[in-house]
Design a protein around this ligand. Structure first.
Ligand code: ADP
Ligand code: MN
Length: 267
């Protein structure tokens, strides 16, 4: 059952010395030899039985579909999502504003800083997911973390089809606006709980980072989320509110003003 089959990547022989090709693998496909090693280790240690399809290739990370081996052979494997953060230097520039404290960007930072940086993003995502998942906000449950590779529960159907992002959802009912309104109210509630109970501001919330599954919005992509006491947390919150209100307004929902939304979430 051991499999590591990811389109366009499995053909790269591990350990080869072609500098040009391995650079390409690092920047474009994430699966540099180091990452392959981690994924194979996960397979060999029985954490997952296989890693196969690509769910998403993004600027900062790729997300793969995998199957988690069940304890006993009789029950079926469960689907997992495996997020692999990219280690290329270009993607970090945008992220500086989320980072406070000593882990600031330095001029001329090198490959090992780079690695440390992605490891930090993965750790942040793990910690933040734990926090929002544990208070009952629909979200993936983090399962394991190994350097820049994060395994979490898969949000999608039993055949391995990932749930759509909110931006791709279309309600075919008689009254789609009523459906959207109910999703809107859920999202507002989650934002409030996230701030008040988890002490977190998502900081990249939009219809791109909310999945729709089992009739509920699921919050994802929280590696850049900041603590409520981050100096810019309220700026990020205002940005999140604007994105959310703009999106639901476009769906025909009579949304709160951004200011009332802010008051609702913060008070
Ligand atoms: P980024 O935006 O940094 O590339 P995301 O965490 O937003 O990373 O993941 C990218 C995409 O992968 C999401 O839009 C979603 O479609 C899919 N995805 C991420 N996590 C899961 C998950 N746990 N279950 C199903 N699909 C997921
Ligand atoms: Mn995203």
């Amino acid at each position: 059952m051991k499999k590591l089959k990811i389109e366009g990547v499995e053909s790269i022989p591990s350990g080869h010395r072609d500098k040009d090709k391995s650079d390409r693998a690092t920047t474009e496909q994430v699966l540099d030899p180091n990452t392959r090693r981690i994924l194979f280790k996960m397979i060999n240690s029985g954490i997952v039985s296989e890693v196969n399809g690509t769910i998403s290739t993004g600027k900062e990370a790729n997300v793969y579909h995998g199957l988690a081996a069940s304890e006993d052979d009789s029950s079926p494997d469960v689907h997992v999502a495996i997020k692999v953060y990219k280690t290329s230097i270009l993607v970090f520039k945008d992220r500086e504003k989320y980072v406070t404290g000593e882990f600031r960007f330095r001029k001329g930072f090198n490959k090992s800083d780079n690695r440390a940086m992605v490891k930090l993003w993965a750790e942040k995502e793990m910690r933040n997911l734990k926090r929002i998942h544990s208070v009952g906000i629909p979200s993936p449950e983090p399962l394991y973390l190994r350097r820049h590779v994060l395994g979490m529960t898969f949000i999608g159907d039993s055949r391995g089809k990932a749930a759509p992002r909110l931006k791709d959802v279309e309600f075919m009912d008689e009254n789609p606006v009523a459906r959207w309104r109910s999703v809107y109210l859920d999202v507002l509630a989650y934002m409030r709980i996230m701030l008040q109970q988890c002490k977190l501001v998502h900081a990249d919330l939009s219809e791109y980072n909310i999945l729709f599954h089992k009739n509920k919005p699921f919050i994802i992509d929280v590696s850049q989320s900041v603590e409520g006491d981050h100096p810019r947390s309220l700026d990020f919150l205002r940005m999140d509110i604007k994105n959310v209100n703009d999106f639901f307004r476009r769906q025909g929902v009579l949304v709160l003003s951004d200011r009332s939304t802010f008051n609702f979430i913060t008070r």
